[in-house]
Write a protein that binds this ligand. Structure first.
Ligand SMILES: *Cc1c(COP(=O)(O)O)cnc(C)c1O
Length: 233
Protein backbone atom coordinates (compact mmCIF):
# COMPACT_ATOMS: atom_id res chain seq x y z
CA UNK A 1 0.00 0.00 0.00
CA UNK A 2 2.82 2.43 0.74
CA UNK A 3 4.90 1.58 -2.32
CA UNK A 4 4.11 4.92 -3.95
CA UNK A 5 5.43 6.81 -0.98
CA UNK A 6 8.73 8.48 -1.60
CA UNK A 7 11.04 9.65 1.16
CA UNK A 8 12.39 12.59 -0.83
CA UNK A 9 12.07 15.89 1.02
CA UNK A 10 9.60 17.47 -1.37
CA UNK A 11 7.40 14.40 -1.20
CA UNK A 12 6.00 15.05 2.27
CA UNK A 13 3.08 17.11 0.96
CA UNK A 14 2.19 14.36 -1.53
CA UNK A 15 2.40 11.71 1.15
CA UNK A 16 0.06 13.68 3.39
CA UNK A 17 -2.44 14.03 0.57
CA UNK A 18 -2.18 10.31 -0.17
CA UNK A 19 -2.70 9.38 3.50
CA UNK A 20 -5.63 11.79 3.82
CA UNK A 21 -7.33 10.07 0.88
CA UNK A 22 -6.80 6.68 2.48
CA UNK A 23 -8.21 8.02 5.75
CA UNK A 24 -11.29 9.38 3.95
CA UNK A 25 -11.91 6.09 2.19
CA UNK A 26 -11.56 4.08 5.40
CA UNK A 27 -13.80 6.54 7.24
CA UNK A 28 -16.44 6.21 4.54
CA UNK A 29 -16.29 2.41 4.73
CA UNK A 30 -16.74 2.55 8.50
CA UNK A 31 -19.59 5.02 8.15
CA UNK A 32 -21.43 2.63 5.81
CA UNK A 33 -21.10 -0.01 8.48
CA UNK A 34 -22.27 1.94 11.52
CA UNK A 35 -24.21 4.97 10.22
CA UNK A 36 -22.35 7.97 11.51
CA UNK A 37 -18.74 8.63 12.43
CA UNK A 38 -16.56 11.29 13.95
CA UNK A 39 -13.91 12.86 11.74
CA UNK A 40 -10.48 11.24 12.02
CA UNK A 41 -7.55 13.35 13.22
CA UNK A 42 -4.23 12.75 11.49
CA UNK A 43 -1.38 13.06 13.99
CA UNK A 44 1.85 13.35 11.97
CA UNK A 45 4.59 11.69 14.03
CA UNK A 46 7.63 13.91 13.56
CA UNK A 47 10.09 12.26 15.98
CA UNK A 48 13.65 11.94 14.63
CA UNK A 49 12.77 13.60 11.33
CA UNK A 50 14.92 16.28 9.69
CA UNK A 51 13.78 19.91 9.67
CA UNK A 52 13.04 20.17 5.95
CA UNK A 53 10.47 17.37 6.18
CA UNK A 54 8.79 19.01 9.18
CA UNK A 55 8.60 22.30 7.31
CA UNK A 56 7.27 20.45 4.27
CA UNK A 57 4.39 19.17 6.37
CA UNK A 58 3.68 22.61 7.84
CA UNK A 59 3.67 24.14 4.35
CA UNK A 60 1.19 21.45 3.31
CA UNK A 61 -1.14 22.64 6.07
CA UNK A 62 -0.54 19.87 8.59
CA UNK A 63 -0.90 21.23 12.13
CA UNK A 64 -1.21 18.22 14.43
CA UNK A 65 2.05 16.47 15.31
CA UNK A 66 3.12 13.67 17.62
CA UNK A 67 6.41 13.39 19.48
CA UNK A 68 7.69 10.73 21.85
CA UNK A 69 10.42 12.63 23.74
CA UNK A 70 9.95 15.87 25.64
CA UNK A 71 13.44 17.34 25.15
CA UNK A 72 13.58 16.47 21.47
CA UNK A 73 10.12 17.92 20.92
CA UNK A 74 11.11 21.14 22.66
CA UNK A 75 14.07 21.57 20.31
CA UNK A 76 11.91 20.97 17.29
CA UNK A 77 8.77 22.89 18.20
CA UNK A 78 9.44 25.68 20.71
CA UNK A 79 10.49 28.20 18.03
CA UNK A 80 8.03 26.96 15.39
CA UNK A 81 5.17 27.57 17.80
CA UNK A 82 5.64 31.32 17.39
CA UNK A 83 4.82 31.08 13.69
CA UNK A 84 1.97 28.57 13.89
CA UNK A 85 -0.55 29.57 16.53
CA UNK A 86 -2.86 26.69 15.58
CA UNK A 87 -0.26 23.99 16.10
CA UNK A 88 -1.38 21.02 18.22
CA UNK A 89 1.31 18.85 19.74
CA UNK A 90 0.61 15.36 21.11
CA UNK A 91 2.95 13.54 23.46
CA UNK A 92 2.84 9.87 22.43
CA UNK A 93 5.91 8.43 24.20
CA UNK A 94 6.44 7.40 27.84
CA UNK A 95 6.59 10.33 30.27
CA UNK A 96 8.74 10.39 33.41
CA UNK A 97 7.46 12.45 36.30
CA UNK A 98 10.58 14.66 36.30
CA UNK A 99 9.66 15.83 32.76
CA UNK A 100 6.06 16.68 33.58
CA UNK A 101 6.66 20.40 33.96
CA UNK A 102 8.28 20.73 30.51
CA UNK A 103 5.67 18.47 28.97
CA UNK A 104 2.74 20.49 30.29
CA UNK A 105 4.37 23.71 29.09
CA UNK A 106 4.95 22.44 25.55
CA UNK A 107 2.27 19.93 24.60
CA UNK A 108 -1.47 20.31 23.96
CA UNK A 109 -2.47 16.67 24.35
CA UNK A 110 -0.90 14.02 26.60
CA UNK A 111 -1.72 10.59 25.15
CA UNK A 112 0.27 8.55 27.63
CA UNK A 113 -1.33 8.84 31.06
CA UNK A 114 -0.67 5.32 32.32
CA UNK A 115 -0.19 5.25 36.11
CA UNK A 116 -1.50 7.00 39.22
CA UNK A 117 1.81 8.66 40.10
CA UNK A 118 2.07 10.27 36.66
CA UNK A 119 -1.61 11.22 36.67
CA UNK A 120 -1.21 13.02 40.00
CA UNK A 121 1.94 14.82 38.85
CA UNK A 122 0.16 15.96 35.68
CA UNK A 123 -2.87 17.14 37.59
CA UNK A 124 -0.76 19.22 40.02
CA UNK A 125 1.36 20.69 37.25
CA UNK A 126 -1.63 21.61 35.08
CA UNK A 127 -3.12 23.47 38.03
CA UNK A 128 0.21 25.17 38.70
CA UNK A 129 0.59 26.30 35.07
CA UNK A 130 -3.12 26.89 34.65
CA UNK A 131 -3.10 24.73 31.50
CA UNK A 132 -5.77 22.03 31.44
CA UNK A 133 -4.50 19.80 28.65
CA UNK A 134 -6.56 17.12 27.00
CA UNK A 135 -5.40 13.72 28.22
CA UNK A 136 -5.69 10.17 26.90
CA UNK A 137 -5.10 7.06 28.93
CA UNK A 138 -2.70 4.57 27.41
CA UNK A 139 -3.91 1.00 27.73
CA UNK A 140 -1.45 -1.89 27.46
CA UNK A 141 -3.91 -4.05 25.56
CA UNK A 142 -1.33 -6.78 24.96
CA UNK A 143 -0.23 -6.75 28.62
CA UNK A 144 3.39 -6.63 27.50
CA UNK A 145 5.95 -6.26 30.29
CA UNK A 146 8.21 -3.86 28.39
CA UNK A 147 5.37 -1.62 27.24
CA UNK A 148 3.77 1.20 29.19
CA UNK A 149 0.03 1.52 29.64
CA UNK A 150 -2.48 0.55 32.27
CA UNK A 151 -3.56 -3.12 32.22
CA UNK A 152 -7.01 -3.63 30.63
CA UNK A 153 -8.38 -5.04 33.90
CA UNK A 154 -7.44 -1.86 35.76
CA UNK A 155 -8.52 0.57 33.06
CA UNK A 156 -12.02 1.34 34.38
CA UNK A 157 -10.80 2.14 37.89
CA UNK A 158 -7.92 4.20 36.59
CA UNK A 159 -10.16 6.17 34.25
CA UNK A 160 -12.55 7.09 37.04
CA UNK A 161 -9.66 7.94 39.36
CA UNK A 162 -8.18 10.33 36.78
CA UNK A 163 -11.48 11.82 35.74
CA UNK A 164 -13.43 12.03 38.99
CA UNK A 165 -10.85 12.23 41.76
CA UNK A 166 -8.00 14.26 40.34
CA UNK A 167 -9.99 16.02 37.61
CA UNK A 168 -7.84 15.32 34.60
CA UNK A 169 -9.58 16.09 31.31
CA UNK A 170 -9.67 12.51 30.03
CA UNK A 171 -11.09 12.54 26.51
CA UNK A 172 -9.32 9.60 24.88
CA UNK A 173 -7.71 6.19 25.04
CA UNK A 174 -4.57 5.13 23.23
CA UNK A 175 -2.94 1.77 22.52
CA UNK A 176 0.03 0.29 20.68
CA UNK A 177 -0.75 -3.34 19.80
CA UNK A 178 2.01 -5.95 20.11
CA UNK A 179 3.92 -6.20 16.80
CA UNK A 180 3.57 -9.95 16.48
CA UNK A 181 -0.18 -10.09 17.06
CA UNK A 182 -3.29 -9.38 15.03
CA UNK A 183 -3.89 -5.68 15.70
CA UNK A 184 -7.65 -5.86 15.23
CA UNK A 185 -8.39 -7.60 18.53
CA UNK A 186 -6.47 -4.87 20.34
CA UNK A 187 -8.35 -2.15 18.49
CA UNK A 188 -11.63 -3.85 19.39
CA UNK A 189 -10.63 -4.16 23.05
CA UNK A 190 -9.72 -0.47 23.27
CA UNK A 191 -13.05 0.48 21.74
CA UNK A 192 -14.94 -1.67 24.23
CA UNK A 193 -13.18 -0.03 27.16
CA UNK A 194 -13.84 3.42 25.69
CA UNK A 195 -17.53 2.77 25.13
CA UNK A 196 -18.27 1.50 28.59
CA UNK A 197 -16.52 4.59 30.03
CA UNK A 198 -18.14 7.08 27.60
CA UNK A 199 -14.80 8.11 26.11
CA UNK A 200 -15.01 9.32 22.52
CA UNK A 201 -11.46 9.63 21.21
CA UNK A 202 -9.63 6.49 20.16
CA UNK A 203 -5.96 6.92 19.26
CA UNK A 204 -4.96 3.74 17.47
CA UNK A 205 -3.38 2.83 14.15
CA UNK A 206 0.03 3.74 12.70
CA UNK A 207 1.60 3.70 9.21
CA UNK A 208 1.01 -0.01 8.64
CA UNK A 209 -2.46 -0.43 10.06
CA UNK A 210 -4.29 2.90 10.25
CA UNK A 211 -6.99 1.91 7.74
CA UNK A 212 -7.81 -1.19 9.71
CA UNK A 213 -7.82 0.84 12.93
CA UNK A 214 -10.35 3.26 11.43
CA UNK A 215 -12.67 0.40 10.52
CA UNK A 216 -12.46 -0.56 14.21
CA UNK A 217 -13.45 2.93 15.35
CA UNK A 218 -10.15 4.86 15.54
CA UNK A 219 -10.69 8.61 15.21
CA UNK A 220 -7.08 9.63 15.78
CA UNK A 221 -4.26 7.92 13.89
CA UNK A 222 -0.53 8.38 14.55
CA UNK A 223 1.42 8.22 11.31
CA UNK A 224 5.17 8.77 11.01
CA UNK A 225 7.14 6.91 8.36
CA UNK A 226 4.36 6.82 5.77
CA UNK A 227 4.41 10.63 5.78
CA UNK A 228 8.04 11.50 6.43
CA UNK A 229 9.93 8.39 5.36
CA UNK A 230 12.49 6.52 7.44
CA UNK A 231 13.51 8.14 10.70
CA UNK A 232 17.08 9.09 11.56
CA UNK A 233 18.78 6.60 13.86
C1 LIG B 1 6.78 6.28 16.29
C2 LIG B 1 5.39 6.10 16.73
C3 LIG B 1 4.34 6.08 15.79
C4 LIG B 1 4.54 6.22 14.29
O1 LIG B 1 4.99 5.01 13.76
P1 LIG B 1 5.05 4.79 12.16
O2 LIG B 1 5.09 3.32 12.02
O3 LIG B 1 6.28 5.47 11.69
O4 LIG B 1 3.83 5.39 11.58
C5 LIG B 1 3.04 5.95 16.28
N1 LIG B 1 2.78 5.83 17.58
C6 LIG B 1 3.77 5.83 18.52
C7 LIG B 1 3.41 5.69 19.95
C8 LIG B 1 5.10 5.95 18.12
O5 LIG B 1 6.06 5.95 19.05
Amino acid sequence: MLDKISTAHGAVAKNIEFIRKKISAATLAYKKQIGMVRPVTLVAVSKRQPDDRIDGALTAGQRVFGENRVQEAKGRWAHRREFYADLKLHLIGPLQTNKVSDAVALFDVIEVVDRPKLARALSLEMTRQNRQLECYIQVNTGEEKQKSGIAPDHADDFISYCRDEIKLKIIGLMCIPPVEEEASMHFALLKTIAERNSIVTLSMGMSDDFEEAITFGANSVRIGSAIFGQREA
